[in-house]
Design a protein around this ligand. Structure first.
Ligand code: PLP
Ligand code: ZN
Length: 417
């Protein structure tokens, strides 16, 4: 089994000790391109295992522990991962599949990050967990901290979606609301630097990305997709992107499978964002995505940051991918379409991939016969307000069944027979 031997800069490769997780790469920060670190192992992850040897148990992402920084027996787990990969033929987007991450324990893909981070937090002897989050990352940190028996402080914002804040509180986290988003960095870094709290999320700006051990959990999304397609990887993977943690994790996962010879090639990646920061950087040779507050504020609050990260840009560039800025009208339209046509209810951020695929297919960037996987990162109950603005209110009917039929016709345009 591989052991973490260093944390290496995503951009320049400089290696740091395995407990350097609460910092970034000083070299790249000085060079104006602050970059995250990623886990390096003492041997090739998965070495000695063959594809058919991957165990079916435990029923969590930890069945892939030969690729991860800890063993399944030592993991802080709530049964995350193993989410369905569903064909979505009714969307009119061609050969598109939905990796439905809303089936995770706290109903978002962030459980993979939280499981990885809390597992290593416990190993490093952490006494307090902390996260800054508009929602999903904080909810996941809260749940996994509870499972690990550790207190958790979550910094969130006035204006965060109420169900998400309720979720954090339900798992026993100490939730602190800030009015000015900059305060979260101030407060959280004081906790980390002065009191030794263990961060699962970014806690200083410009953001480089999240805890490197948490991001290892995202590799398993790639493993599950490759396995589900019998090791024939899709041509494209399209993700809603904020800091690009899942983008980096999935890319790394596919690269590891390729290094083992389990897959022949790796997919190209699309960053579906609201700010257009990565898209702007892609159009130049910029080392750092610019602060580019397009489409702000967006209904996609989970991916509302105005500046992309170096790690996201690196993956899009290295995979010969693309970045697309999505506006609110397209998000609202795709939330309604996914629900009505495929029986899936994503939160607004999580439909950004569908709007991106629509645009890239129309532009011929994604070929008409290409196979595409869209990552549906979280479920709609997290942030349901869009339904009230995008769909008619449910009519209150009094009287007889004839009035029901009239309401169905008037409100929904439905006539029976
Ligand atoms: C639902 C949802 N989708 C996408 C993202 C973007 O994640 P990442 O930072 O991995 O790009 C987030 C969180 O930031 C999220 O909560
Ligand atoms: Zn570096």
């Amino acid at each position: 089994m591989p052991q973490p031997s260093a944390l290496a800069c995503v951009r320049c490769g400089t290696r740091y000790p395995i407990d350097h997780y609460a910092q970034d790469c000083p070299n790249c920060r000085t060079a104006g391109a602050p970059s995250n670190l990623t886990v390096v192992y003492d041997s090739q992850p998965g070495a000695g295992l063959s594809r058919s040897d991957v165990p079916r148990r435990p029923a969590s992402l930890w069945r892939w522990d030969a690729f991860l920084p800890a063993r399944a027996d030592d993991a802080v787990s709530l049964g995350e991962g193993n989410t369905p990969l569903l064909p979505a033929p009714s969307l009119g987007l061609g050969d598109v599949w939905v990796k439905d991450e809303s089936r995770n324990p706290t109903w978002s893909f962030k459980d993979r990050l939280a499981s990885g981070a809390l597992t290593m937090a416990r190993r490093f002897g952490a006494t307090v967990i902390t996260s800054s989050s508009s929602g999903n990352a904080g909810a996941a940190a809260a749940a996994y901290a509870a499972k690990a028996g550790l207190p958790c402080v979550v910094f969130t914002f006035a204006g965060a979606s109420p169900p998400l804040v309720a979720q954090m509180r339900a798992y026993g986290a100490m939730v602190v609301v800030v009015e000015d988003k900059a305060d979260r960095w101030r407060f959280q870094s004081a906790g980390v630097r002065e009191l030794g709290w263990y961060p699962t999320s970014p806690f200083f700006g410009p953001v480089v990305g999240s805890n490197p051990y948490g991001m290892e959990g995202y590799k398993t999304i790639a493993f599950e997709i490759a396995e589900a397609f019998d090791w024939e990887v899709p041509d494209w993977c399209v993700l809603p992107v904020c800091y690009g943690d899942a983008l980096l994790g999935m890319w790394k996962g596919f690269e590891e499978l390729k290094a083992l010879g389990w897959i022949a090639r790796t997919p190209r990646f699309v960053a579906a964002e609201v700010s257009g920061s990565i898209a702007t950087a892609m159009a130049s040779d910029a080392a750092m995505p610019p602060d580019h507050p397009r489409n702000a504020p967006s209904i996609a609050t989970s991916i509302g940051a105005s500046q992309g990260t170096v790690q996201a840009l690196e993956v899009v560039r290295r995979s010969r991918g693309a970045a697309v800025a999505i506006d609110d009208d397209a998000l609202a339209r795709w939330v309604v379409t996914l629900g009505a046509k495929e029986g899936l209810w994503p939160e607004p951020s999580s439909v950004a991939p569908f709007a991106a695929i629509e645009r890239l297919r129309a532009q011929g960037v994604i070929a008409s016969d290409a196979r595409v996987v869209a990552l549906m990162t979280a479920g709609g109950l997290k942030d349901p307000a869009v339904i009230d603005t995008a769909l008619p209110a449910a009519p209150l009917v009094r009287g007889g069944f004839v009035d029901v039929l009239k309401a169905l016709r008037d409100v929904y345009g439905f006539s029976h027979g």
